[in-house]
Design a protein around this ligand. Structure first.
Ligand code: SAM
Ligand code: SF4
Length: 373
């Protein structure tokens, strides 16, 4: 077995050990019939798949990966596009309606636009288009924006933790705020495309910027979202004092925007984010909507509607747990029917919830970069 690479060695050579020959995979792309819902043992219906297409990233966010990087999977172990398509089709036939492509950084995967276009053509059993979403750091978004939208992506989340270029550089270790701003400008305002910004709220780092980030996102036509810091990677990158909890995020936004926050329903299939209308206290005018993702202090696991597939084809029932089921092996052994059976096995083991604790314990061994959020 080839040794795993290190971060910085971005090689996307075609895998040299295909699990199934391409012709066999193509035969599996035809629609087939089967039970059309995925319900776990707690009655939670899974309709949303987060699909990591690479473990590589062009940034090095301090809360996401250690300074020395993480071991990279050899390219031949990463799912090929044909395999991804067969697996995604199996999920869609079983009831998944939204696929969010993530990474690492998905836009560094060679041929990503072709993959998005393949996924964008998938139809649900009732003939609707699969809803295709993308989470990106935005660094490569500007030049790819037209192609990404043409491929069928209709929801785009872009991570922006600071509007101060020096701070942005500090948190991403190498990112360019100008490039990310250009990426956002390139996708905002397009008809039918929803854009959100994702900001990890970090006490003592960007807690004085949340209101500014919200106003800026609204000015672009995007929905700002603020995320509580999570203790992934066994808590190695987590500093308890840096956690800004949802109540503090709301209070800070309300004070600095001179507004009151009123809960509103999220968009359909919104998942974990709680949305709030921000209403100007003086005029009663709605300034905009914000989303808050608060796994640490307002547990939402009882309503979890998602599973996650990593770039090697391992299905994770929970962001906060290391248990996986190998769909690549299931595909090789049993084709789409084997994949479906493996998905059912994973659902039967989907944990009731994560065990993240505010002191940084309870997290999984896996890092965020390896699963994509
Ligand atoms: N590279 C893309 C990006 O940055 O959006 C997609 C992958 S990234 C892992 C997905 C999201 O996870 C980002 O919004 C990022 O800020 C967030 N994230 C990473 N590590 C986190 C942590 N420890 N706690 C909370 N959110 C985290
Ligand atoms: Fe890369 Fe996204 Fe992790 Fe930052 S948060 S290191 S951009 S994967």
């Amino acid at each position: 077995m080839a040794p795993a690479g290190r971060v910085g060695h971005h090689r996307h050579v075609p895998p040299d050990a295909p699990v199934l020959p391409a012709a066999a995979l193509v035969a599996h792309l035809r629609p087939r019939k089967g039970p059309r819902s995925l319900v776990d043992t707690l009655g939670r219906r899974v309709t949303y798949l987060r699909l990591s297409v690479t473990d590589r990233c062009n940034d090095r966010c301090t809360y996401c990966m250690p300074p020395e990087g993480v071991p990279l999977d050899p390219a031949r172990t990463i799912l090929r596009f044909e395999e991804i398509e067969v697996v995604v089709r199996a999920f869609v036939e079983a009831g998944v309606r939204v696929v969010r492509v993530t990474g690492g950084e998905p836009l560094v995967r060679k041929g990503i636009v072709d993959l998005l276009a393949r996924l964008g053509r998938i139809e649900t059993p009732s003939g609707d288009r699969l809803r295709l979403a993308l989470s990106t750091n935005g660094e490569r978004l500007a030049p790819l924006a037209d192609a990404v939208v043409r491929a069928g992506v209709r929801r785009i989340n872009v991570s922006v933790d600071s509007l101060d270029p020096a701070r942005f550089r500090t948190i991403t270790r190498r990112g360019s705020l100008d490039r990310v701003r250009a990426g956002l400008r390139a996708v905002c305002g397009r008809p039918g495309v929803t854009v959100k910004t994702n900001t990890v709220a970090i006490a003592g780092f960007n807690d004085d910027e949340l209101a500014r980030i919200a106003r800026w996102a609204w000015s672009l036509g995007a929905v700002p979202r603020f995320i509580e810091l999570m203790p992934m990677a066994s808590g190695r990158l987590f500093v308890p004092g840096r956690l800004m909890d949802a109540a503090t995020i709301r209070a800070r936004l309300a004070a600095e925007l001179e507004a009151r926050l009123e809960p509103v329903p999220g968009p359909e299939g919104a998942g974990p984010a709680r949305y709030e209308r921000v209403v100007d206290r003086a005029t009663g005018r709605t300034m905009g909507i914000v989303g808050i993702i608060s796994p640490m202090t307002e547990n939402f696991c009882a309503g979890c509607n998602r599973v996650r597939l990593d770039s090697r084809g391992r299905l994770h029932g929970c962001l906060g747990a290391d248990d996986t089921v190998d769909l690549r092996a299931a595909l090789a052994a049993g084709g789409p029917a084997g994949v479906r059976a493996a998905i059912d096995r994973a659902l039967a083991r989907k944990p009731a919830g994560h065990r993240f604790a505010r002191d940084g314990t309870g997290g999984p061994r896996k890092s965020m970069i390896s699963i994509g959020g």
